[in-house]
Design a binder for this molecule. Structure first.
Ligand code: NAD
Length: 376
């Protein structure tokens, strides 16, 4: 079995393998080919991949006879010319937004696997790219907020007087939100947080932050389906807006991360609420690409409203390419190892496996994923 690692293009800084995972693949009996310069932006030299057992080559050489092609972002279908029929393409293929590319992969006989559709089951935790990258994004959101904020985060008692601690509020306590709470706490902020899933209350408190929750109106009991939130009632949304209004006016930093799968991000902060914040405050909207939690947020830009900076955060994991690549690469390696058949020295992906049917988009020239078929 030959595994190809592509050099990413455009804004992508990460790479789908690191020397450690290349060594693992070689240990399984696979041959590994890495496209020249693939690790450059993640600070991995070709020579390091070579030392781990990979051959370095141009795209055409790397693709030739490859059985599995690993990528971070899905490559332009035309750039896979020369890949053999039946080759697996494994990465973050963004199937919801890039349906045309998925159709082109199918047409070219490529078997595409979208790793962001990994089911949220215990067995798949170590293969979950959404979790590994969200964790880094939650950390970076706080660091970015701190760098824009014109004040300090921790309390400082100095001979020249006292610096008061920043007040940070995290809205949406999934993987990114939990890491944002932990990071803001480490920097010395006073942290509070909210979510619609009641299970997060305890998690917030266990990180030393204050849970801010709507009482008396049913939100989402426990974890929610697969850990995901669904839409809440109009009554809950009104109560949440009122609660947030009072709280937000006293905050210096707000990090929003709220997402609902398959829907635009819920609107959590209105322009009028932004106006109640002290000038110089900073909001980081991690849901910017999904439409934004904050009114006035622009994906990929910092905008100022009423003296408050709103950061429309996009793909923050890309700003930590070395760590993000390492975690992403291990997620992919864990997937390959889990489905590796030692006797055949090849990947075997049973159609009736929950993980395989979750991530597989195309097979035998057609789109086979139920989620994509219903979206069409
Ligand atoms: P996500 O990115 O889908 O959403 C972020 C958060 O926003 C969620 O906590 C959600 O409840 C919250 N939210 C949605 N609407 C909201 C609103 N109106 N107001 C406030 N908050 C709102 O979530 P995620 O980070 O992917 O993770 C969610 C959960 O799934 C976590 O508990 C995580 O531990 C779990 N998880 C489990 C696995 C696994 O078992 N393999 C993998 C990943 C995540």
């Amino acid at each position: 079995m030959k595994i190809a690692i592509l050099k990413e293009s455009g804004a992508e800084t990460r790479v789908a393998a690191i020397p450690e995972t290349v060594k693992k693949f070689a240990g399984l009996g696979a041959t590994v080919a890495v496209e020249k310069g693939a690790g450059e932006r993640a600070s991995i030299a070709d020579s390091e991949f070579e030392a781990a057992g990979a051959a370095i080559g141009r795209r055409a050489d790397v693709l030739k006879d490859a059985d599995a092609i690993l990528c971070v972002a899905g490559p332009e279908p035309a750039s896979l010319k020369g890949a053999k029929t039946g080759a697996l393409l494994i990465g973050a293929l963004d199937p919801t937004r890039r349906g045309d590319d998925v159709a082109a992969y199918a047409k070219a006989g490529i078997e595409a696997l979208a790793m962001e559709w990994m089911p949220r089951i215990t067995r798949a935790q170590s293969m979950d790219i959404l979790s590994s990258q969200s964790n880094l994004a939650g950390y970076k959101a706080v660091v970015d907020a701190a760098s824009v904020y014109g004040r300090a985060f921790p309390m400082m008692m100095t001979a020249a007087g006292t610096v008061h601690p920043a007040k940070a509020f995290v809205m949406g306590v999934g993987v990114a939100g939990l890491q944002a709470i932990a990071t803001a706490r480490r920097l010395g902020a006073q942290v509070s947080a909210t979510d619609v899933r009641s299970a997060t209350k305890e998690q917030i408190a266990s990180l030393g932050a204050k849970p801010i929750f709507v009482e008396g109106v049913a939100g989402i009991e426990g974890e929610g389906q697969g850990g995901y939130a669904s839409e809440t009632s109009a009554e809950y949304q009104a109560a949440q807006a009122e609660l947030v209004s009072g709280h937000i006016a006293k905050q210096d930093i707000v990090i929003t991360t709220a997402l609902i799968p398959g829907r635009p991000a819920p609107r959590l902060i209105s322009d009028a609420q932004v106006a109640t914040m002290r000038p110089g405050s900073v909001i980081v909207d991690l849901a910017a690409e999904a439409g934004g939690n904050v009114e006035g947020c622009v994906a990929g830009e910092n905008v100022e409203r009423h003296g408050v900076t709103i950061i429309g955060a996009v793909q923050l994991a890309r700003t930590l390419p070395a760590d993000a690549s390492a975690l992403f690469a291990r997620n992919l390696a864990n997937f390959l190892i889990a489905f590796w058949d030692g006797e055949k020295a090849a990947l075997v992906l049973p159609d009736d496996d929950e993980i395989v049917s979750g991530v597989r988009l195309t097979k035998g020239g057609s789109i086979v994923n139920d989620r994509l078929k219903t979206a069409q």
